[in-house]
Design a protein around this ligand. Structure first.
Ligand SMILES: [Zn+2]
Ligand SMILES: [Zn+2]
Length: 337
């Protein structure tokens, strides 16, 4: 079966020939992959900065943001052929740390987890896959054109859930650093919560991403944010943004780091104490956050979501991975047909 991934022996990204998956066992489903979204993680993988093939193999199929269709259901499953699903990325560690046992694989403490398309498990840039039903989130058919965004949104949902839980009075204003796909999804998620939202990024105000932020209901600025915020979301991955973000946190504010850059910032400890602030980081997402992401997609501005996506033919995978010719913030490869 056709697949695209990393050949760790030749150190190159290549078309792979993967064996067809077995028939689905109890609790499993055979899926036809419809499309796969690409992100910065895929670019880091392509440079062999991160990533690991499955044990005993020398290649790793890429693709961790996917939309798929059930084609065959194993015994004791609820989903049926024709149903659409968004797969989770991470698989819990075994036999299960305290977090994985409580269905919080995203908080895995042992480090023994695997991740489709990233760490020790083949991803979704291929025709077929068999997954456990517990690793899939059902997607209503009318969300088919945007559901590939469920995975990146799930991480945002996790960050916002934390911020809502931690902020003592409940947030009313959010400031988002970065106007890429994650920043734009964060803006839509904050607007949907009824907050006042500002996106701050380096692109000029006439940049298409800035336009999308405004269309989604956010204010956009590239010079200086207009006011401090109850929630600051760092979605750019730029160390300077993380440092700057701390200065725009209001009293009681919660800063959420989503962009995973390797950085150390000088931390304003005294102010954090005196203003009862919180700084937190989030990675990956639980099944619950995925489900929230899918239901939130239904209430976001559909036009903005669709304008965020540039669908490309599978044969253009190399250009898409390299970010060449991108016409929208999120490149999506059409895997099926
Ligand atoms: Zn991603
Ligand atoms: Zn674990």
């Amino acid at each position: 079966m056709f697949a695209i991934g990393l050949d760790f022996e030749a150190r190159r990204v290549a078309e792979l020939d993967l064996p067809e998956p077995d028939a689905p066992g109890p609790g499993q489903l055979r899926l036809r992959v419809l499309e796969v979204g690409l992100c910065g993680t895929d670019r880091e993988l392509s440079e062999f900065e991160i990533g690991e093939p499955p044990p005993g193999e020398h290649a790793l199929t890429l693709g961790h943001e996917a939309l798929a269709e059930v084609v065959e259901a194993g015994p004791r499953t609820k989903l049926q052929p024709g149903d659409l699903v968004a797969p989770l990325v991470r698989r819990p560690c075994l036999p299960g740390c305290a977090a994985c046992r409580r269905l919080r694989r995203d908080l895995c403490l042992s480090g023994g987890y695997t991740e489709r398309g990233i760490l020790g498990l083949h991803g979704y840039l291929r025709e077929w896959v068999v997954d456990d039903e517990s690793d899939l989130v059902a997607v209503p058919a009318d969300l088919a054109s945007i559901a590939v965004l469920a995975e990146p949104l799930s991480v945002v949902e996790k960050g916002l859930t934390t911020a809502e839980r931690v902020h003592p009075l409940g947030p009313a204003r959010a400031l988002i650093f970065g106007a890429g796909p994650v920043g734009l999804l964060a803006a839509l998620a904050c607007v949907a919560r009824g907050w006042e939202v500002e996106v701050f990024s380096l692109e000029p105000p006439n940049h298409p991403n800035a336009e999308l932020a405004r269309r989604g209901g956010a204010r956009y600025s590239n010079e200086t944010p207009s006011a401090k915020a109850d929630v600051v979301l760092e979605c750019s991955g730029a160390p300077a943004a993380a440092r700057q973000g701390l200065d725009w946190l209001a009293p009681l504010g919660v800063m959420v780091l989503i962009g995973a850059a390797d950085f150390d910032v000088r931390f304003p400890g005294f102010r954090t104490v005196m203003e009862n602030q919180t700084v937190t980081g989030v990675v990956n997402a639980s099944p619950e956050h995925f489900a929230t992401a899918v239901s939130d997609l239904a209430r976001f501005d559909r036009g903005v979501l669709q304008a965020m996506i540039h669908r490309r033919a599978l044969k253009d995978w190399r250009a898409a991975l390299g970010g060449e010719g991108a016409e929208a913030p999120k490149s999506v490869l059409a895997v099926a047909g």
